[in-house]
Design a binder for this molecule. Structure first.
Ligand SMILES: Cc1cc2nc3c(=O)[nH]c(=O)nc-3n(C[C@H](O)[C@H](O)[C@H](O)COP(=O)(O)OP(=O)(O)OC[C@H]3O[C@@H](n4cnc5c(N)ncnc54)[C@H](O)[C@@H]3O)c2cc1C
Length: 387
């Protein structure tokens, strides 16, 4: 490979753009190919939450890399709305888990405070505490606008000499010595390395290289809740799901008189076709979501449903992303996909590690992230694992 390899990144969502920016900052020549427009896939449909209230050292290690980059972007003008993140516990065992892992969060550099029973009302005065044991709260967590983030990343890429081709779909590939010729809906282009960051379409891109990638698109819905008057406090991100237990409801403040709520489906549905799924929120889901929300927040002033939408989580069997080559014999094709419901908050570290693989052939800047390689043990059909 030449000293400045030409890397083509497929997809201008958060994963592709963070990969591209990490690459260009290391001196690579970078072209991003995007079939539609920046953030037109899952990234633009996300609710943008960045949270740190996790209980495994590996998940915390990934977020410490990600948060370091988010802080850099904040210094460059990205808005990070630090409204806090409250992860609810329903059982004493879940509270004990939060307690036992508090030191892990602290070691990763994340503040976290435990709230028990009625203490939760200090954070959310309107909350009905029925069935809740408490929660773990990260005061520095919050949300970003993924569209704004992608636009900033794309601009930075261009400023650093990278290219972004929108309305340009990868349609096929030809192998050539030391790299690939990419056939697109525009001009063909030659490159040394390809990064597949095509989100819910990543399996289609992998198939062009004769590879099988088990990223399964899962549909999720979000709705805005309009209030008659602003709450007298900021609603943090509230998540009612720990280790698969809870309603799956989450909600947070978006604007003074507006919340956003989402249901994380606990039960599993089959994979969606990313070109044909229903991208609107179903009426039945809106009713279900409203019921859950009013159980948890019965006294919201004049709450009514606003606009709703649906998007895709690109999921994997073990709910962790794939980063690195699928096939050790094809090291010049790097995958960066499958971030599920965490593809905004993990995108900086996924981009960092994908750039490592593309340029150095190993995850040199984040030791331990070899665990994200799409090995044959991990790259399996999610539904077959659950069967
Ligand atoms: C309702 C909802 C709420 C969410 N909330 C959160 C949250 O709070 N926090 C969080 O961290 N995550 C959240 N997520 C998940 C997050 O949005 C995704 O994990 C993330 O956006 C995936 O990014 P990506 O770059 O992998 O994919 P995408 O954003 O889908 O980007 C892939 C891009 O590849 C392009 N592409 C596909 N095929 C080709 C081709 N052949 N040639 C060229 N381009 C191609 C597509 O057009 C697309 O733009 C949410 C998702 C949804 C749906």
């Amino acid at each position: 490979m030449s000293p400045a390899p030409h890397v083509v990144v497929i997809g201008a969502g958060t994963l592709g753009l963070f990969t591209a920016v990490n690459l260009v900052e290391r001196g690579a020549q970078v072209t991003v190919l995007e079939a539609q427009s920046v953030a037109s896939g899952s990234s633009g449909r996300s609710v943008g939450v960045v949270g740190t209230q996790f209980t495994h050292a590996f998940d915390l290690m990934l977020r410490s890399h990600a948060l370091r980059q988010f802080r850099d972007w904040e210094a460059r003008g990205m808005r990070f709305n630090r409204i806090g993140y409250l992860r609810l516990a329903r059982t004493a065992a879940q509270m004990a888990l939060f307690e036992e892992t508090a030191a892990l969060r602290a070691a990763a550099g994340f503040r976290s405070t435990l709230y028990r029973g009625r203490d939760l009302l200090q954070l959310v005065p309107d909350m009905d505490l029925e069935g809740l044991a408490g929660g773990s709260f990260g005061p520095d967590d919050g949300f970003i606008d993924p569209h704004e983030l992608c636009t900033m990343l794309a601009q930075h890429l261009r400023d650093e000499g990278g290219l972004l081709r929108q309305s340009c779909r990868l349609e096929g590939i030809v192998r050539r010595t030391g790299g690939y010729r990419l056939e697109t809906t525009g001009e063909a282009l030659d490159c040394d390395v390809v990064v597949n960051a095509a989100g819910a379409w990543a399996p289609q891109v992998a198939a062009m290289f004769g590879q099988t990638l088990h990223v399964q698109p899962e549909r999720h819905e979000a709705v805005t809740i309009l209030l008659d008057r602003p709450l007298g406090y900021t609603m943090p991100m509230v998540m009612d799901l720990v280790n698969g237990q809870g309603t799956g409801l989450n909600f947070r403040h978006d604007k003074p008189g507006e919340l956003i709520a989402e249901i994380h489906h606990v039960e599993d549905a089959g994979p969606e076709d990313p070109d044909r799924y229903n991208d609107q929120c179903d009426e039945a889901s809106k009713v279900h979501l409203a019921e859950l929300l009013l159980e948890r927040l019965p006294d919201l002033p004049g709450a009514r449903l606003g606009r709703g939408w649906a998007g895709l989580y690109p999921t994997t069997a073990d709910h962790r992303p794939f980063v690195g080559p699928i096939d050790p014999d094809e090291p010049l094709l790097v995958t960066a996909a499958g971030a599920g419901g965490y593809g905004i908050q993990l995108s900086p570290v996924i981009g960092q590690v994908a750039a490592d693989w593309a340029v150095h052939g190993a995850p040199v800047s984040a030791p331990g992230t070899e665990a994200l390689l799409p090995t044959c043990e991990r790259n399996v059909d999610r539904l077959s694992v659950q069967a």
